[in-house]
Design a protein around this ligand. Structure first.
Ligand SMILES: NC(=O)c1ccc[n+]([C@@H]2O[C@H](COP(=O)([O-])OP(=O)(O)OC[C@H]3O[C@@H](n4cnc5c(N)ncnc54)[C@H](O)[C@@H]3O)[C@@H](O)[C@H]2O)c1
Length: 257
């Protein structure tokens, strides 16, 4: 598929967090195909280094949830690779992780803000076409997560709601950035519905997956590439007058309740 219509200027670079798997890996792969240099960040060193995306992909092992590490690391990465006009905040803990509400917010919206602040600090004052895309979720936009009747014993966010709270906070933070950046960069988000990635292997083919499938007008569940295509569009100059929006990517599955 030609990606020329996205119009990324020659020499563009992007940071993608959570680049080793799922939506992040699909995004990194498509950006490389669009001739964008990709700085891929992940905690999973083995997967990150085995992606095989070629010489325009630069892997860095970093935990975006560690407040003490992120700022310096991103600063060093930007100094090494030159101006990085684009950022995809995709990394985030799976909803099955047992976090307190405070920790859940720190690991979702907190991490997004931390990485974004470091990226902003590295942006040249005269940056053109700079943009960021945050990965939220339909869980924060309309649904709130799998109902207990369809997913039992999964724990994690099901016990205290940190996941929908964190994803809603990411959408709010995106709107705040869109306004407070005052044209220095654009900020948008995608909100994927249930998407076939490794973290959902335990529920995607079970009762919850079947329920979402039955409600989805397009007759299938999301693939990582579906979210990645939306991310690339919002990140690119093709979306140059779109700012502060959260684009739902769920095949319409959230509409039929
Ligand atoms: N899969 C879905 O159904 C779905 C739906 C809506 C939103 N999302 C969101 O999409 C994003 C990507 O999820 P995915 O489904 O592709 O999952 P995934 O598990 O396939 O990939 C996530 C990647 O992020 C990395 N990661 C996690 N925490 C990190 C951290 N603190 N620092 C650096 N890297 C970290 C993991 O190692 C992994 O490689 C997440 O923010 C998730 O909440 C997923």
């Amino acid at each position: 598929m030609s990606l020329d219509f996205l119009s990324f200027p020659v020499g563009s670079a992007a940071i993608v967090t959570g680049a080793a798997s799922g939506i992040g890996a699909a995004t990194a792969q498509m950006l490389c195909a669009a001739d964008v240099t990709v700085i891929g960040i992940d905690i999973d060193a083995d997967r990150l280094h085995s992606l095989g995306l070629g010489p325009t992909f630069h892997p860095y092992v970093l935990d975006t949830g560690q407040p003490d590490e992120v700022g310096d690391h991103i600063g060093r990465i930007a100094a090494r690779h030159g101006p990085i006009a684009h950022l995809v905040n995709n990394a985030g803990p799976p909803s099955s992780l047992p976090l307190s509400i405070e920790e859940g917010l720190a690991q979702t919206a907190g991490s997004v803000q931390r990485v974004t602040a470091a990226w902003m600090a590295s942006l040249p004052a005269d940056s053109v076409h700079a943009s960021l895309v945050n990965v939220a979720s339909v869980a924060g936009a309309v649904a709130g997560g799998p109902p207990p009747s369809l997913v039992t014993g999964r724990g994690g966010s099901a016990d205290n709601g940190w996941y929908p709270a964190g994803k809603a906070a990411i959408a709010g933070l995106t709107r705040w950035h869109a306004v407070s950046a005052a044209g220095r960069y654009r900020a948008n988000a995608v909100a994927p519905g249930i998407t076939r990635t490794p973290r959902l292997h335990d529920i995607v083919d079970g009762a919850y997956g079947r329920d979402v499938l039955a409600r989805t007008p397009l007759g299938r569940l999301g693939e990582a590439a579906d979210a990645a295509r939306a991310i690339l569009f919002l990140l690119s100059p093709a979306a140059s007058f779109i700012n502060g929006q959260t684009l739902v990517v769920d095949g319409g599955g959230g509409l039929a309740f």
